[in-house]
Write a protein that binds this ligand. Structure first.
Ligand code: TMP
Length: 274
């Protein structure tokens, strides 16, 4: 189980606030971990890199992890805009390929006709409501799954591992702000043509760092790329993971360290699952 602590950190309240909201068993576990009651939380927060011990405590695999029975593995990378997904998907693709797997890297929104409508909405060219966007993303996602030429289902059935940049977790986090997150969740999770991933890895980076990185990389900003929106999305990701934690394998990786160590953390997470 993901601990409540990681989810509270994702929401971004200050340490004093986290301590107040942390369930007693989580606080107890943390205190036991650091061998002291006082300052256990600060000891954790002051970590710049999560070592093995912390990973074991905070990122452990859900007890109910189901084997999908499919031949290929379906891994999703999620994160705020600017968290480094593109870079790390490519590094993971190379690492798994070097291990002898056939890997297909893909992304949402896709390049389908619906994906084009979504891009027009994201750029502000053709504004859409959150509910319209949720429906467009779902339509694009269904096509992404079932497309006979390069659909996710076909790859998984033929033993290819699929790594996807964003999936329905993003719909819950982004469209769940101005639409109804429960409705967005239901239509995605209950859709028979939307495959449940084997794992979702969330690259966790502070809002400030995401904005810093985006300022360097982006020429134009999309509708979600404002500080206020990124903060709200981050909170919604925490809600999403809390909502899905019982049925999904969700891992949170600290993305605020060197490229190599983040890549290693992602690779080790994947290796630990399968
Ligand atoms: P990206 O290609 O830079 O990741 O941009 C995709 C944008 O689309 C990003 O701001 C997140 C947003 N998005 C949603 O709002 N809902 C979704 O379901 C997905 C997949 C992405």
């Amino acid at each position: 189980m993901l601990t409540e602590l990681r989810l509270l950190m994702l929401e971004g309240p200050d340490p004093g606030e986290i301590e107040k909201r942390l369930p007693p068993d989580e606080l107890g576990a943390l205190a036991a971990w650091y061998g002291k009651k006082e300052g256990a939380l600060n000891a954790f927060l002051s970590l710049t890199e999560y070592g093995e011990k912390e990973n074991a405590l905070l990122y452990k695999k859900t007890a109910h992890a189901e084997k999908s029975g499919r031949k290929g593995r379906f891994i999703v990378l999620e994160g705020l805009d600017g968290a480094g997904k593109t870079t790390h998907i490519e590094l993971l693709r190379r690492a798994l390929t070097a291990d002898g797997h056939t890997v297909y890297a893909t992304a949402e929104p896709t390049a389908s006709a619906t994906g084009g409508l979504i891009r027009d909405a994201l750029s502000g060219l053709h504004p859409r409501t959150a509910s319209e966007l949720a429906a467009l993303f779902l339509s694009d996602r269904i096509q992404h799954n079932v497309n006979p030429k390069n659909g996710i289902r076909g790859f998984l059935d033929s033993g290819v591992d699929v790594i996807c940049d964003r999936y329905y977790y993003s719909s819950l986090a982004y469209q769940g702000i101005d639409s109804d997150i429960g409705w967005v969740a239901r239509m995605n999770l209950d859709c028979p043509d939307v495959i449940r991933p084997d794992a979702c890895i969330f690259l966790d980076l502070s809002v400030e760092k995401c904005i810093e990185r985006m300022a360097k990389d982006r020429v134009t900003a999309e509708i979600f790329e404002t500080e206020e929106m990124i903060r709200r999305v981050k909170r919604r990701f925490a809600d999403t993971f809390r909502m899905l934690n019982d049925r999904e394998n969700i891992y949170i990786v600290n993305a605020d360290s060197s490229r190599e160590s983040v890549a290693a953390a992602i690779y080790n997470t994947v290796k630990g699952i399968f």
